[in-house]
Each structure stands twice: as structure tokens, then as C-alpha cells.
Design a protein around this ligand. Structure first.
Ligand code: SAM
Length: 212
């Protein structure tokens, strides 16, 4: 399995999805097989989304790598994730922000949040807090955040997420319903600068400031 993991990560480097040493090391460290259902473990290092139940998926490895790379993370940062899913992406981010950093992750499906919480605890990720709720409203309790990322596609950037992002902070999320685009937004005072990255395909962001 370790060989398969190395091979897929080397492929992502060759294809240009990842180049930051911190992202590469985090992807090499986190055991994706722990985050997928038992019967899919043999596919853990196939670079594709996999079903995790409740109509949801764990994102493909290249997408986790690309989004993490775009977040431009540094040790000690406080990060908000919307859409915990399996908890895999949160673990990758937690590896980079380290013990002095924090990942706050919100999931709307309680059963998924519970499962992710258990796996993250078992693997020792004490710097991840998993909460159940509507992530389109963010989480005021730990705001402001250095970085925010959303792992489901919404109609626009939720207003609360812009408010809870630090000045100079970055947000990565897919926007759109059928035709979706991955974007990076940077908060610069009252302005939000948006850069389009590439077309993507994500499950919908369902909530008060998302799709209904
Ligand atoms: N990051 C995940 C991983 O590593 O497995 C993949 C997440 S999956 C592609 C997207 C997740 O977003 C789903 O689990 C879905 O239930 C969740 N979601 C959708 N709308 C949400 C909302 N408003 N708040 C929180 N989670 C939401």
C-alpha cells in the first residue's frame, strides 16, 4: 500500500498538481485507507473520489493535493474546513498546520461527522475539531481564520465565510451547480480578489447560504 501511495503522489507531482514540500509530506503521511469504508480500502490509492455513504464522497487525491497547495498553508495557522466528509482532507491540513495550528471542520451529516471524529482521534489528530452544522454560516466561535476551504460546490462564497476570514486570508472553494469552477479568493480589506483555477466536479453545498 505504501508503494501505491508513493506512486500516486509522484504522479501528482509530475502532473503539476502539487509542488510544496509540506503538501507532499502531508499526503505521504496521512493513511487514506483509514478514511474509506472497509470494502473500498483496496482502492485507497486510486486517484478518484470514493463513496463514503449518505450520498457523499471522499475527494480524489489530486483534488485534496491541489486545494491544499492553493491554501498556501503555514505551521500555526487556524483553518476552517466546510464539509468534513471522511476527515481525510482535514488530516492532510492538520499535518501542515501542526500542533500550534488548528483545523475547525464542519459537516452537516451527523453520522459522517461522528465517523470522521473517531478516525481522526484514533490517528492522534488532536488539532482537528469536528462540528455538526451548516457550514455556510461558518463558525464564529473560533473566527477569524487564516484560511478557509469548502469541499462542496456552492452558488457563491457564503457571506459569513468572508466575514470570518482574516484580512489577507485566503479561501478556496468550488463555485457553481452543474458547471463548477475552483476559485481562490483573497480578502484585502473591504475587497475580495477572486482567481479562477480550473473546472471541477463536487457534491453540492447545501445550507442557508448555499443550495437549498
Ligand atoms: N473533505 C472531505 C474528505 O476529505 O472526505 C470530502 C467532502 S465531500 C466531497 C463534501 C462534504 O460536504 C459532504 O460530506 C457533505 O455532507 C458536506 N456538506 C455539504 N453541504 C454542507 C454544509 N452546508 N455544511 C457542512 N457540510 C456540508
Amino acid at each position: 500500500m505504501e508503494d501505491e501511495k508513493k506512486r500516486v503522489i509522484e504522479k501528482l507531482i509530475r502532473e503539476g498538481y502539487i509542488k510544496d514540500k509540506k503538501v507532499i509530506e502531508a499526503l505521504l503521511k496521512v493513511p487514506r485507507e483509514e478514511f474509506v469504508p472497509e470494502h473500498l480500502k483496496k482502492y485507497a490509492y486510486v486517484d478518484t473520489p470514493l463513496e463514503i455513504g449518505y450520498g457523499q464522497t471522499i475527494s480524489a487525491i489530486h483534488m485534496v493535493g491541489l486545494m491544499t497547495e492553493l491554501l498556501d498553508l503555514k505551521p500555526g495557522m487556524k483553518v476552517l474546513e466546510i464539509g468534513t466528509g471522511s476527515g481525510y482532507h482535514a488530516a492532510v491540513v492538520a499535518e501542515i498546520v501542526g500542533k500550534d495550528g488548528l483545523v475547525v471542520s464542519i459537516e452537516r451529516i451527523p453520522e459522517l461527522a461522528e465517523r470522521a471524529k473517531k478516525v481522526l482521534k484514533k490517528l492522534g489528530y488532536d488539532n482537528v475539531i469536528v462540528l455538526v452544522g451548516d457550514g455556510t454560516l461558518g463558525c464564529k466561535e473560533y473566527a477569524p481564520y487564516d484560511r478557509i476551504y469548502v469541499t462542496a460546490a456552492g452558488p457563491k462564497i457564503p457571506k459569513a465565510l468572508i466575514e470570518q476570514l482574516k484580512d489577507g486570508g485566503k479561501l478556496v472553494m468550488p463555485i457553481g451547480r452543474y458547471l463548477q469552477e475552483l476559485i481562490v479568493a483573497e480578502k484585502k480589506g473591504d475587497r475580495v480578489e477572486i482567481k479562477k483555477v480550473c473546472p471541477v466536479s463536487f457534491v453540492p453545498l447545501i445550507g442557508e447560504d448555499g443550495f437549498k
